[in-house]
Design a protein around this ligand. Structure first.
Ligand code: SPV
Ligand code: MN
Length: 622
């Protein structure tokens, strides 16, 4: 009785009733436990209604978590200066004694971690409103649907979730008295000027056994928006148990000849062109960050887990990003985070058309040109990881298949990283297993200035998913291999590399060239173009690309450029294979044996080719 009273007393208006009618004792117990611990001042419960959704947005403005910008519907939010990205170090799995998920998985003993997080959460919401929200990951009324509940004391986080995820109060009504849903507890903690003050107590702790993620003393979306990367970690574990896949991928429709439509997914580490690929001119976007994939009737089908975009804004301009540019300059619901807001409430970011104003407010507070931080570094007008949050429906290239409960059939899967010297711009693997091993599981990416630390350092990032893999890595690789092996015609697997350079460090491709690679991959799905077999996979013939460059970009494509771009770089490829084998040998338990076998085979093929042709093989030499 006492529990019920506590909840009822804190609930605003009829909010208590909104919980009761869901008829789920697990849900009520969960909510009670964290209300008791976090002790919010009051509780707001959101259903799927537009009034409830508006209430949250209005609260974000009223509490100063967001500021209205000049264009109607646009708001700006700031995270703290030292809270601008995912905190990898303080993101940990709570693991019971005796469980070890390997060196790539950051963990803490469950008892110790639970004590620590409970201490941090104790009374943490006492000055705040708690928002309780229900969502559905994946389309509603679907085999893919995963219900999830979020508790957060940030109206900004709650507002972001309303833009990014499908409402799920109705899904919870259908769920009845079940404990099978994901749970998130977030608090921004004590605030100073609306910024989380206790950054040293920032934590993201993940409890896989109970499908709960705790996040405290942080505001940045990647640490706080429960349904994004927090849910992704839970979903990778769930998918592994149930034999489907959760991947860090976009989902898009590529338009082929004669009205043909082919769906592609693509995995790229952060800041490597994932969103920009899904936004390529002339194609259609279904999602830009996370997919679930299941095998149905012998075909791989995928859905977008989300409904919105939490995209990087740096560099968006009218010429290269016409569709986004239009939306960013029109009325509509958009949250900008960590951009520059001028006195007349204009939103600016690095790389936007026009001149950058020399003052305004940004993630460092009052900003002026030349301002330096405590470390003496000049503060840019907007943070490199500044973002825009919007519903994909606003985009002219939006594909309404996004909400199809059956998802879409996947024709091709693309893996890409930031690689200055090894992979060719586009290549098809020999088959599913070869693709998963030599492309996906071998993915590396060079660090950029946007992340902390030295730039240009190659980082191992299998499936662009290393930060989110919540099961032993060897098992995750094995799940991926198995997923496509019993399928008669699995999707083709490709690698792309938008960042190849010549020996002087100059990029060998233009930004827009990726539109051509995409069309070539689409044709390959139906064997509509021939390809050249190399020791590492199939690459395009010059003539097919020449034709596509003309069709897609109206550009002359020179054979000398083709040769530079598609020359097989044997020493670099051999060095890469050695790095990858070494990682799987020394840092990964239970790597599937076939991974070593295939990589050794590829190595031998490359060595043999080197004897025949020397270190660099031009595509015209095969
Ligand atoms: C990414 O970094 O991959 C993102 C943004 O999609 S975050 O929400 O931080 O994960
Ligand atoms: Mn992402």
């Amino acid at each position: 009785m006492e529990k019920i009273d506590l909840l009822e007393n804190k609930c605003i208006g009829d909010c208590f009733n909104k919980l009761v009618v869901l008829n789920n004792e697990y849900l009520l117990n969960f909510i009670f436990e964290y209300v008791h611990l976090c002790n919010p001042k009051e509780i707001f419960v959101s259903t799927d209604s537009s009034e409830d959704i508006s209430y949250i947005r209005e609260n974000a403005l009223k509490k100063g978590e967001e500021i209205e910008a000049a264009i109607k519907g646009h708001t700006v939010h700031f995270d703290g200066y030292y809270d601008q990205a995912r905190d990898k170090e303080k993101t940990k799995y709570l693991l019971p004694e005796g469980v070890d998920l390997g060196p790539y998985i950051n963990s803490i003993a469950k008892k110790q971690g639970c004590d620590e997080i409970r201490n941090i959460l104790k009374d943490i919401m006492r000055e705040h409103t708690l928002y309780i929200q229900f969502f559905c990951l994946g389309p509603t009324d679907s085999e893919f649907s995963l219900p999830a509940v979020q508790l957060t004391d940030s109206a900004y986080v709650a507002h972001s979730q309303n833009i990014l995820y499908r409402q799920g109060y109705r899904e919870f009504k259908k769920l009845g008295n079940s404990s099978k849903f994901f749970k998130f507890v977030h608090s921004q903690g004590e605030l100073e000027n609306n910024i989380s003050k206790n950054i040293s107590k920032r934590r993201v702790y993940i409890d896989l056994e109970n499908d709960i993620v705790f996040s405290a003393n942080t505001q940045y979306g990647g640490n706080t928006i429960g349904h994004k990367k927090l849910a992704m970690r839970l979903a990778i574990n769930r998918a592994s148990e149930e034999h489907w896949l959760t991947e860090h991928m976009f989902l898009m429709k590529v338009h082929g000849p004669r009205g043909r439509k082919t769906y592609f997914t693509g995995a790229f580490p952060s800041l490597c062109g994932k969103t920009s690929t899904s936004m390529i001119k002339g194609e259609s976007i279904i999602g830009d960050d996370i997919v679930y994939m299941r095998v149905k009737e012998g075909k791989i089908r995928a859905v977008n887990v989300e409904k919105g975009m939490f995209g990087i804004i740096k560099g968006i301009n009218s010429k290269d990003d016409a569709i986004l540019w239009k939306v960013l300059n029109s009325p509509g619901e958009i949250i900008f985070s960590n951009v520059l807001l001028t006195e007349d409430k204009n939103v600016c970011w690095v790389g936007k058309d026009g001149d950058m104003p020399d003052k305004g407010i940004n993630h460092s507070g009052k900003w002026y040109k030349g301002k330096k931080d405590k470390e003496g570094n000049e503060i840019p007008a907007s943070h490199p990881n500044a973002r825009l949050t919007l519903d994909l429906e606003y985009l002219d290239n939006f594909d309404s298949k996004r909400d199809d409960p059956d998802g879409v059939e996947v024709g091709g899967i693309i893996y890409g990283g930031r690689d200055s010297d090894t992979w060719v711009p586009v290549e098809q693997s020999f088959d599913w297993t070869h693709g998963i091993i030599t492309k996906a599981a071998s993915l590396e990416s060079e660090t950029t200035a946007a992340a902390l630390g030295e730039t240009g350092i190659r980082q191992f990032n299998p499936m662009a998913n290393l930060a989110f893999v919540s099961i032993p890595l060897g098992k995750y690789i094995e799940n991926n291999i198995k997923f496509g092996t019993n399928i008669e015609n699995p999707p083709l697997i490709f690698s792309v590399n938008y960042f190849l350079r010549n020996s002087e460090g100059k990029f060998l491709n233009e930004v827009e060239d990726k539109a051509v690679w995409l069309k070539w991959m689409e044709l390959r799905v139906y064997n509509d173009v021939d390809a050249i077999k190399t020791p590492t996979g199939y690459i395009p013939e010059y003539q097919s690309l020449k034709k596509l460059f003309r069709q897609v970009l109206n550009k002359e494509y020179l054979e000398e450029d083709y040769i530079k771009q598609f020359t097989l770089r044997i020493p670099e490829n051999l060095a890469k294979i050695d790095r990858i084998i070494n990682i799987y040998k020394t840092k990964v338990d239970d790597t599937p044996k076939i991974l070593f076998r295939l990589l050794e085979e590829q190595k031998q093929k490359l060595q043999k080719a080197r004897e025949e042709y020397k270190d660099y093989i031009r595509p015209v030499d095969y």
